[in-house]
Design a protein around this ligand. Structure first.
Ligand SMILES: Cc1ncc(COP(=O)(O)O)c(C=O)c1O
Length: 431
């Protein structure tokens, strides 16, 4: 057979994840400032049995069912929408004050599946457009492109998506007969920028959703990792029109291999029917159901912690805050305590939470730079251009401080500094 595959695969020819994984494999001694993974030192896998037992005992007691039958049911196919919806509904109430009926929840294979199901259910390939932040998390952008949907970016300001640009874009698409059906936002500590959306903008985008008839996909992968005194209300909490589909994941809060995400969709159509029923139908034909065993682990953790993960994650969040401060200190030491002219134009943000920060540079950074830096200076970073759609700015990079050991931070930042210094001194770049 000739190699003729889905032509839309070409639209993700620059596969960011594959590229970064290859670099990490090729240069194993390089320290990674590119990996946005959670820190595995905090995973409590040794307690899996205990958590499954906690869940089974809880259900046996509350629903008066025999333990044996409950155990064997974990090996069976199960409800497409999930088996732990009541427990998760209680968690959403206790932890976030969200009042969501269990039937408006889907327990999915991580947020990635929630994104896929949302797009497949809501969007028509011919008529609809998906808007994302630019720069944006690659999981939605690349899935939508492979599947042949129209995706368009709206620039991200320091306080979240630029809503004037969003409105202009909606009207521009209207002129050519296209409807913006979905707007995807990571409102808290966005990947890749670390930015969080202001409360004012949260309220405004909800009004725009009602005015222009679109759904908001709120991906809250990082909201719990807040270093500031105040967490902002989620869009879902402010959602008076039920147009926010809220995506929660346990990948960062617990561990990613458990592959459990929660999708909250309480929208009702004009005829009174539920959006969640349509989503459930699509879920049934994508992954059939999410692993019951993995759902049981999550439910056990929630029950064991009285439906709040705040205490469970206290140390994790404190450690992340400490690593962010160490990264800022290292950047200051390397780029501020000497008088080199080019260093004055190196700037970075100080995110109030999450896993990522951005460094602005006075020169362009290319893919070849990532390779050179890994090979000769033994540190890996991600150019922000990897996450961009329309607005290509090659002068900034993403730094992930989530999965690096504390002692390695200063070493990694010094290596980065040396790489940039070398690039400038060799006259390879102007600044
Ligand atoms: C913004 C964002 N959403 C979703 C995910 C993936 O979530 P999950 O592991 O639940 O599929 C990531 C992972 O990096 C992410 O950065």
């Amino acid at each position: 057979m000739k190699k003729k595959l889905n032509e839309d695969l070409n639209s993700i020819a620059n596969d960011t994840m594959e590229f970064l994984n290859e670099i990490a494999d090729s240069y194993p001694s390089a320290i990674s400032l590119a990996s946005g993974r959670p820190d595995s030192r905090f995973f409590d896998l040794e307690k899996i049995d205990y958590y499954i037992n906690t869940y089974i005992s809880f259900i046996s007691e509350t629903q008066k069912k025999p333990l044996n039958a409950l155990f064997s049911s974990l090996g069976q196919y199960s409800e497409a929408s999930g088996i732990i919806n009541e427990i998760v509904s209680k968690y959403l109430l206790v932890e976030y004050g969200l009042e969501i009926a269990p039937e408006d929840l889907l327990i999915n294979v991580g947020t990635q599946e929630s994104l896929l199901i949302s797009v497949l259910t809501l969007c028509s390939k011919n008529d609809d457009v998906i808007i994302v932040e630019d720069p944006c998390y690659v999981g939605i952008k690349n899935y939508a492109l492979i599947a042949g949907y129209d995706v368009s970016g709206v620039k991200l300001n320091a306080d979240g998506m630029c809503l004037e640009s969003l409105e202009k874009k909606i009207l521009k698409f209207q002129e050519i007969g296209k409807h913006v059906k979905v707007v995807y936002v990571v409102s808290d500590f966005q990947n890749p920028s670390g930015i969080r959306m202001s409360v004012e903008k949260r309220k405004q985008i909800i009004e725009l959703a009602d005015k222009y008839d679109f759904f908001i996909l709120e991906d809250n992968a990082y909201g719990d990792f807040c270093f500031a005194n105040k967490m902002y209300p989620t869009l879902k909490k402010l959602d008076k029109y039920r147009r926010v589909i809220y995506l929660h994941t346990f990948s960062k809060l617990i561990y990613p291999s458990v592959r459990i995400g929660v999708m909250v969709a309480d929208y009702r159509f004009e005829d009174g029917s539920k959006l969640s029923n349509q989503l459930k139908k699509v879920k049934g034909y994508t992954t059939v159901n999410t692993s019951s065993i993995n759902q049981a682990i999550i439910a056990g953790i929630l029950i064991d912690n009285n439906f709040s993960l705040k205490k469970y994650n206290e140390k994790k969040i404190e450690n992340l805050r400490e690593k962010k401060i160490l990264t800022l200190d290292a950047l200051h030491k390397c780029f501020r305590t000497n008088n080199e002219e080019w260093c004055k134009n190196v700037k970075w943000n100080d995110p109030e939470g999450g896993f990522f920060m951005v460094i602005d540079l006075p020169f362009d950074v290319t893919e070849q730079d990532v390779i050179d830096c890994a090979e000769r200076f033994e540190v890996i970073f991600t150019p922000m251009s990897f996450f961009q759609l329309d607005e290509i700015n090659k002068k900034n990079i993403r730094i992930a401080y989530s999965n690096i050991k504390e002692d390695n931070i200063i070493i990694a930042v010094e290596r980065l500094y040396n790489f940039f210094k070398n690039k400038i001194e060799n006259g390879k770049t102007k600044y």
